[in-house]
Design a protein around this ligand. Structure first.
Ligand SMILES: Nc1nc2c(c(=O)[nH]1)N[C@H]1C(S)=C(S)[C@@H](COP(=O)(O)O)O[C@H]1N2
Ligand SMILES: [Mo]
Length: 332
């Protein structure tokens, strides 16, 4: 089946040559076609192409994990998706080393199955979820989010998962639960850098309850139509698209509801540099560098322009209200 795109007259090559990037570009072209009214037949071929993509065009070697198109406002950016290769080889996962290339090299020792996530603290129903049960708690959706690292680079990643709120509702938080703490695995036997002094292990992150309940806060199990690669936080991680990337804890083993602001790993390591909120904010510089611009990974040629960083990473219409009246220079 050939699909002629409305945008650039591009006709697809043999399906065996389709890259993930081409697939995502095609999807955007189809959305445009739909807007112009030529949807019916194209939609059918989109569905079959998607099904085919799941079987034959998976970018890596992971098991397929499909997500339906998300209806959550802001959940699917139309920007060009980062190459799978870049998103899986340029990572921060300090449990496996501090170099961007370390996680892809070292995370093969992580064992994502069997896996249990313990949900505890101020909830009516504390629960130990086996991964299989956690996967089924909500319908898997695809969310194409911008990810902005505090270091000044960004990517666009198609995640698979469901809103964190689904899990929160399941365990029924008590009235005095005000914060949620996300705790990553810290196993010195499989994670060579746990024990190093860069951070106080385990890696801990936290959100205010209303932030964790926001539909854009994603509990993610996959990316690019496959289960998460180890280096991206298998088998389950958080993705909070309006905050700097470090708020999105990987390989979670414990989720705890508390009445006090959690002591987070980066805040403990350098409180003047990493606050609890860590909302993406071009107007509040890191003490050692500006946050006004960012480099999009994949656009790093000699002539690539830096991009302007957007307030709340571009998710201000969706999340701005959560911070109404707060001094974001103080609560950085
Ligand atoms: N457990 C754990 N989670 C973590 C980190 C980490 O070092 N350990 N790094 C964070 C940072 S700084 C970023 S930018 C994102 C990177 O996610 P990605 O590698 O999937 O792009 O993961 C975050 N989650
Ligand atoms: Mo980051």
């Amino acid at each position: 089946m050939l699909i002629k795109s409305s945008r650039d007259g591009f006709i697809h090559p043999a399906s065996s040559e389709i890259t993930p990037r081409a697939l995502y570009r095609e999807r955007r072209d189809i959305l445009k076609l739909m807007a112009s009214g030529a949807a019916g037949t194209v939609l059918a071929s989109w569905a079959s192409r998607e099904a085919f993509a799941q079987q034959a065009q998976r970018p890596g070697k992971g098991a397929a994990l499909a997500g339906s198109k998300s209806g959550v406002p802001g959940a699917v950016t139309m920007e060009k998706v980062t190459e799978y290769k870049d998103a899986t080889t340029y990572n921060n996962f300090y449990e496996f080393g501090t170099d961007k290339a370390d996680p892809a090299k070292n995370a093969h020792t992580l064992k994502p199955t069997p896996w249990v996530v313990e949900v505890e603290g101020l909830v009516k129903k504390p629960t130990k979820f086996a991964l299989e049960d956690l996967l089924k708690l909500g319908a898997q959706e695809e969310r194409i989010y911008r990810l902005r690292c505090v270091e000044g680079w960004s990517m666009v990643i198609p995640w698979v998962g469901y809103s964190m709120s689904k899990l929160i509702e399941k365990v029924e938080p008590l009235g005095n639960a005000k914060f949620v703490e996300f705790i990553s695995q810290a196993d010195p036997k499989t994670m060579p850098f746990v024990g190093s002094s860069v951070l106080d292990w385990p890696y801990v992150e936290g959100l205010r309850m209303d932030e964790a309940m926001h539909p854009l806060a994603l509990l993610s199990f996959g990316m690019y139509g496959e289960v998460l690669p180890n280096q991206n936080g298998a088998p389950v991680r958080l993705v909070v698209p309006w905050k700097y990337g470090f708020k999105s804890g990987k390989s979670l083993v414990r989720i705890r509801f508390t009445d006090r602001e959690p002591k987070t790993a980066w805040n403990k390591a350098a409180a003047n540099e990493y606050g609890f909120y860590s909302n993406v904010n071009p107007n509040v510089d890191h003490p050692r560098w500006s946050q006004a611009t960012e480099r999009r990974i994949g656009e790093d040629g000699l002539f690539a322009k830096k991009r302007k960083t957007l307030m709340f990473n571009g998710y201000e219409p969706q999340v701005g209200q959560l911070y109404a009246g707060m001094d974001l220079k103080k609560n950085f």
